[in-house]
Design a protein around this ligand. Structure first.
Ligand code: SF4
Length: 375
C-alpha cells in the first residue's frame, strides 16, 4: 500500500493525467446530481459510446427528477428501449418518485439516504456523492478493481467478499481527499482507456512506476479469471401475427409473481416488456406454440398449417443462450385479447420492447419481404 510521499506522487500524477487527457463526455459538463446519477445508471452494463445517445435523448423529455417522477412508466421504458437491463429504468423512476416525495425533488447528499433509493448500490452512491457533492467516498466497480489488482499485484477472485472488502479499503486510502470526484473519475478513466481488460497500455500509463503487476510482468493476466456459471440453452417459439394492414399483436407479461423465475421464464427473457406471444419449447416447437396459442385465444380456431417458420433468432441474457423460433401467422383480423396491443409489425418500437423482441420482428419482416419478392 502506498504511503507518504509515494502516495502524494501517485495522486498527483494520476490526477494531472486525468485533467489533461480526460474524454469529453456529456455528463462531465455538469455537476447536477440528477445527470450524474442518470449517466452512472446508464453506464452499468453499457459502453460509453452506446450510452451517450440514450443519455442525450432521455434528457429531452426528462431534464430533472420531477419530470421523470411524473412520467408514464411506458414512456420511460420506451426511451430506454435498446439499452437493456430494464430494471435500471424502472428503479430510476421509482427512485425519482421517492426523491420527490421525501426530499422535495432534491437529490439527497447523505449516504444513508442515497443507499435506500432503488437501484443505487455502494458504487453508484459513491460516484454521485463524490462527483456532485465532493464527498470523500471512493468508488469500486469491476473497472477500478482491475486497476487496483494490477497496481497491487493482487491474485485470486476479486469478487470474493474479503478480497473485495480489501480493495474497497485500498480505494479509500488512495482517494485524493481534496478532489474526490475528479479522483474517482481518474481511476475509472484509467481503467476504461489504458488499463483495459486486454493489453493494458502500460507505456502510456501515468502511474506505471507504482504498478507491482507490471514490475512482476503479470499485469495482463490480472485479474485472474472467475469461475463462470455454465451456459443454459433455452428455446422459445414466438407467434408473429400479421393482418392485411401489416398490424401485429404484442402482449405484456403478467404482473410480478414472487417465485424465483426459472431459466426459461418468458417475462424475464423479454425484460417484462411488450413481446410477441411466446412460449418455452421442449420438443416440437410448432406443436408447443399451437397448444399455447389455443389456450391463450380460446375464442378462435388456429391450425398447425397456419404457422409458417421464419428462421431463427439468437440472443443471450446473462447465462442463458436463447434461440427463438418465430412463426408467422397471416390472418384476416388479429385475434382479440384483453390487454394485448396491435401495432405495425414494421414499427413495434412505439411500445417499450426488448432487443430480443426487436430481433424477432426484424427476422419476421425479412422473411415476409423475401416471400413477397418471390411471388
Ligand atoms: S502500468 Fe499498466 S497494468 Fe499498471 S496500472 Fe498502468 S496500465 Fe494498468
Amino acid at each position: 500500500m502506498l504511503k507518504g510521499r509515494e502516495l502524494a506522487a501517485f495522486r498527483k500524477q494520476l490526477l494531472g493525467w486525468f485533467r489533461q487527457f480526460q474524454r469529453d463526455l456529456p455528463w462531465r459538463r455538469s455537476s447536477d446530481p440528477y445527470r450524474i446519477w442518470l449517466s452512472e445508471i446508464m453506464l452499468q452494463q453499457t459502453r460509453v459510446a452506446a450510452a451517450i445517445p440514450y443519455y442525450e435523448r432521455f434528457l429531452g423529455p426528462f431534464p430533472d427528477v420531477h419530470s421523470l417522477a411524473a412520467a408514464p412508466q411506458e414512456e420511460v421504458l420506451r426511451l430506454w428501449s435498446g439499452l437493456g437491463y430494464y430494471s435500471r429504468a424502472r428503479n430510476l423512476q421509482k427512485a425519482a418518485q421517492q426523491i420527490v416525495a421525501k426530499h422535495s425533488g432534491q437529490f439527497p447528499a447523505n449516504l444513508e439516504q442515497v443507499l435506500v433509493l432503488p437501484g443505487i448500490g455502494n458504487y453508484t452512491a459513491a460516484a454521485i456523492l463524490s462527483i456532485a457533492f465532493k464527498q470523500k467516498y471512493a468508488v469500486l466497480d469491476g473497472n477500478v478493481a482491475r486497476v487496483l489488482a494490477r497496481l497491487g499485484a493482487i491474485r485470486g477472485d476479486l469478487r470474493e467478499p474479503k478480497r473485495w472488502q480489501g480493495l474497497q479499503e485500498t480505494a479509500q486510502v488512495l482517494l485524493e481527499p481534496k478532489s474526490p470526484g475528479d479522483w474517482n473519475q481518474a481511476m475509472m478513466e484509467l481503467g476504461a482507456t489504458l488499463c483495459t481488460p486486454k493489453s493494458p497500455q502500460c507505456l502510456l500509463c501515468p502511474v506505471m512506476q507504482f504498478c507491482e503487476g507490471r514490475k512482476l510482468g503479470i499485469a495482463e493476466s490480472l485479474p485472474e479469471k472467475r469461475k463462470k456459471r455454465p451456459t443454459v440453452d433455452v428455446t422459445l417459439a414466438a407467434a408473429v401475427f400479421s393482418d392485411k394492414k401489416g398490424q401485429t399483436l404484442l402482449l405484456l407479461p403478467p404482473k410480478n409473481s414472487s417465485a424465483k423465475p426459472s431459466a426459461d421464464h418468458v417475462p424475464t427473457l423479454v425484460s417484462k416488456m411488450w413481446h410477441f406471444p411466446t412460449v418455452s419449447v421442449n420438443g416440437d416447437p410448432a406443436g408447443n406454440l399451437l397448444a399455447f396459442l389455443r389456450k391463450l385465444f380460446s375464442n378462435i380456431q388456429i391450425g398447425k398449417a397456419q404457422l409458417t417458420p421464419v428462421g431463427k433468432v439468437r440472443h443471450a441474457v446473462t447465462y442463458r443462450a436463447i434461440t427463438v423460433l418465430p412463426f408467422m401467422l397471416v390472418v384476416e383480423n388479429l385475434p382479440l385479447l384483453s390487454g394485448a396491443k396491435q401495432v405495425p409489425l414494421s414499427n413495434i418500437s412505439g411500445l417499450p420492447v426488448s432487443n430480443l423482441t426487436r430481433k424477432v420482428a426484424r427476422t419476421a419482416l425479412e422473411a415476409a419481404t423475401l416471400a413477397t419478392a418471390k411471388t
